[in-house]
Design a protein around this ligand. Structure first.
Ligand code: XMP
Length: 511
C-alpha cells in the first residue's frame, strides 16, 4: 500500500498496541515491529515512535535498537523508555528515581510555543508510569515541559526532529495525548492523514483482484464481524469466485442460523449454509469436560468444513478473518523478542482445506477499524455491532453434558435476555452478554405445585478485548423483568441468578 507509514518500535510495553491504535485513529497507517527488527525498507516510513518498556535502560537487559538510519534522519518520538533510551545512550543521564512515578501529573511548559504543544493548555493532565528518571538531557537538547515531580518530562534534540516524553500519550488518562501525537506526526513529521476506511477498501479490493485473479477462494463465515467484513471485501474483489460456508453446529443462538444466512444472502454473498447440528450433537453426547467439548467441536467443524471445501472444484485459497492483534510480533517482558505469530502452515496430517494458500484481508486492522471498514461498505450496523460469541457457542454455556433439550432451553433464555437488552437500549453498552445453564436443579413453586427445575445464570460484561472484564451494573428493573419473563416463558427453568464476578479472577464464560 502506498500510504504514509509510521513505524513503532516495540520494547515490550503493555501500551504499545494502544500507541498504534491512537495513531490509526488519526487516519495514519502504522506498524509495530520488535525493537531489534527495524524493517529493511525503513525508507518507506515517515516517522518512528519508540515505545515504553518494563526494562530499565540502566540494566544489563537494556534493549538496544539500531537507530543508525533513524535518529537524526527521520522524525523520532521517544515515549517513556524511548525517552530514557535517547537520554541515557546519547550523553544524558538516567537514574533510579526516589519514588516510583505512577499516575496523573500536570504539564508545566518550559517552551510553550513549540509546535509540539499546539492546542494544548498549560496544566494538561498526563499519565506517568516509570521507576527511572531522566537526570540530564542528551547532548544538544532543549527542555520543553516539566511536571511537579518530573523535571525532564518532555524535551527535543535540537537540529533533529527528535522529541521525547516521559509520560504516555497513548493512554486515556493523558487528556491531550491524541493531540500530542497529532502535533508530532502531522505538524512536525509532516505525515499525511491518508489512512481511511474508504481508502483501505479501495486499495484492498484492488490488491485482492491482482492477487487472486480468477482463482476460487473458500471462507468460513461465523456470523461474527471479522469473517463477515472479510467476506464483503473479497466479494467486492472476486464476486462469485468467493465460496462462503456457514456451518450450523446446533450451538448457535436461537434462529441465528436462518437469520444470519438470510442476511448474508441479502448482501449478495455466494454462501452455503450447512446444517450439521445433528452431527455435532451426536459427537458431543455424553461429554461433559469443557476441553473435551471444545476439542470435539473443533474436530467436527474441520470435518464438515473439509467436506464442503473440497467439494468446490479447483479451489486455491482459504480466506481468514485474522486481525492485526493476532499477527503483531510483540516483545516479551523479559527482553527476548518472542514471536507470537500463529503459524497456519504446519506439517503433515492437515485437512485438505488447510493446505490451501491463505488470504487474510483484515490482517492490518484492529477490531474497531474492522467495524469502520464494514460501515464504509454500508454493512448492516446490527451485524457490525454484534457482541463476540465463542466458537464452541452454547456448548460452553451449558455446564456439563449436552442434550438437544438443554440447548433448546438455553436458546430460549438467551433470546429473552438479548432481546430485552436491545429493547432497553442496553445492548450497545455491554461488551458481551449471555446465559449459562447450570447443572443443578432447584426447588420452586408454581401455582400450587412444587417444581424441581433448572437454574440459569445471566452474565453481562464490559471489556475492551476480553482479557479483563467487569460485570455490568444492569438496572434492577431490567433484571426483574427479564427474570420474570424467563421463568414464565421457558419451560424447565424456575430460577435465574445474575453473575457479579469480574475477570480476573472469574472468566467470562463459565467453562
Ligand atoms: P473467557 O471465558 O476466557 O473468554 O474469559 C474471553 C473471550 O473469549 C471467548 N471464548 C472463546 N472463543 N472459542 C472462542 O472462539 C473458545 O473456546 C472460547 N472460550 C472463550 C469468550 O466468549 C470471551 O469473549
Amino acid at each position: 500500500m502506498q500510504h504514509n507509514k509510521v513505524l513503532i518500535l516495540d520494547f515490550g510495553s503493555q501500551y504499545t498496541q494502544l500507541i498504534a491504535r491512537r495513531v490509526r485513529e488519526l487516519n495514519i497507517y502504522c506498524e509495530i515491529h520488535p525493537f531489534n527488527k527495524v524493517p529493511l525498507e525503513i525508507d518507506d516510513y515517515k516517522a518512528v515512535i519508540l515505545s515504553g518498556s518494563p526494562v530499565s535502560v540502566r540494566s544489563k537487559e537494556a534493549l538496544h535498537p539500531d537507530l543508525s538510519q533513524i535518529k537524526g534522519v527521520k522524525p523520532l518520538l521517544g515515549v517513556c523508555y524511548g525517552a530514557q533510551y535517547l537520554a541515557h545512550f546519547f550523553e544524558g543521564e538516567v537514574a533510579e528515581s526516589n519514588t516510583r512515578e505512577y499516575g496523573r501529573a500536570n504539564l508545566s511548559f518550559v517552551k510553550s510555543d513549540d509546535s509540539f504543544f499546539e492546542h494544548i493548555n498549560e496544566g494538561s493532565q498526563v499519565w506517568m508510569s516509570h521507576s527511572d528518571t531522566i537526570k540530564s538531557l542528551p547532548k544538544g537538547s532543549e527542555l520543553l515541559a516539566s511536571t511537579h515531580d518530573v523535571k525532564n518530562a518532555a524535551y527535543k534534540i535540537n537540529d533533529e526532529l527528535t522529541y521525547a516524553i516521559q509520560f504516555h500519550p497513548e493512554v486515556y488518562h493523558t487528556t491531550d495525548g491524541k493531540q500530542l501525537l497529532e502535533n508530532f506526526l502531522v505538524n512536525i513529521a509532516k505525515v499525511e492523514q491518508d489512512w481511511t476506511p474508504q481508502s483501505f477498501v479501495e486499495e484492498t479490493v484492488e490488491e485482492l483482484k491482482a492477487k487472486l485473479g480468477d482463482d476460487k477462494v473458500v471462507l468460513g463465515l461465523s456470523g461474527g464481524v471479522d469473517s463477515s467484513v472479510a467476506a464483503m471485501l473479497l466479494h467486492k474483489a472476486i464476486g462469485k469466485n468467493l465460496y462462503c460456508i456457514f456451518v450450523n453446529n446446533g450451538l448457535l443462538r436461537k434462529n441465528e442460523f436462518t437469520d444470519v444466512l438470510k442476511q448474508y444472502e441479502g448482501m449478495g454473498l455466494n454462501v452455503k449454509g450447512v446444517d450439521a447440528s445433528a452431527r455435532f450433537l451426536d459427537a458431543l453426547a455424553g461429554k461433559s469436560d469443557p476441553e473435551e467439548k471444545r476439542k470435539t467441536i473443533g474436530r467436527v467443524f474441520i470435518e464438515v468444513f473439509d467436506d464442503e471445501a473440497t467439494s468446490i472444484q479447483d479451489v486455491k485459497w482459504l480466506a481468514q478473518g485474522t486481525i492485526y492483534p493476532d499477527v503483531i510480533e510483540s516483545v516479551s517482558a523479559t527482553g527476548g523478542p518472542s514471536a507470537t505469530i500463529k503459524s497456519h502452515h504446519n506439517v503433515g496430517g492437515l485437512p485438505d482445506f488447510m493446505k490451501l494458500k491463505i488470504v487474510e484481508p483484515l490482517k492490518a486492522l484492529f477490531k474497531d477499524e474492522v467495524r469502520r471498514v464494514g460501515a464504509s461498505m454500508d454493512m448492516d450496523a446490527k451485524l457490525l455491532g454484534r457482541h463476540p460469541f465463542p466458537g464452541p457457542g452454547l456448548a460452553i454455556r451449558i455446564l456439563g453434558d449436552l442434550t438437544a433439550e438443554k440447548v433448546r432451553i438455553l436458546q430460549e433464555v438467551d433470546a429473552i435476555f438479548i432481546n430485552n437488552l436491545r429493547s432497553w437500549n442496553l445492548y450497545d453498552k455491554v461488551w458481551q452478554a449471555g446465559a449459562m445453564l447450570l447443572p443443578v436443579n432447584s426447588v420452586g413453586v408454581m401455582g400450587d405445585e412444587r417444581t424441581y427445575e433448572k437454574c440459569v445464570a445471566l452474565r453481562a460484561v464490559e471489556s475492551t478485548d476480553g482479557m479483563t472484564a467487569d460485570w455490568v451494573n444492569l438496572p434492577y428493573e431490567f433484571l426483574q423483568k427479564t427474570s420474570n419473563e424467563i421463568i414464565n416463558k421457558v419451560k424447565g427453568v424456575n430460577r435465574v441468578v445474575y453473575d457479579i464476578s469480574s475477570k480476573p479472577p472469574a472468566t467470562i464464560e463459565w467453562e
